[in-house]
Ligand binder design. Structure first.
Ligand SMILES: [Zn+2]
Length: 67
């Protein structure tokens, strides 16, 4: 896991789109480190933090790993 994250830091994440019920929500997942990402209001890919998770899905309140 740690090695994979390191690889992502050097080479960048390999993002795949996660299909959600809502087409308005864009969420991505890295194939290597399994970290999840979303797109913020500026169109930039950001790590899917609990903040964004609550923004996207209000009822979902899982705590993501503090990397
Ligand atoms: Zn990654």
């Amino acid at each position: 896991m740690l090695m994979k994250s390191l690889y992502c830091k050097i080479r960048g994440h390999e993002l795949i789109k996660i299909n959600k019920e809502s087409i308005l929500i864009k969420e991505y997942k890295c194939k290597r480190c399994q970290q999840e990402f979303t797109v913020d209001g500026y169109g930039q890919i950001v790590k899917l933090t609990p903040y964004w998770e609550q923004n996207n899905l209000i009822f979902k309140n899982s705590k993501s790993s503090n990397f």
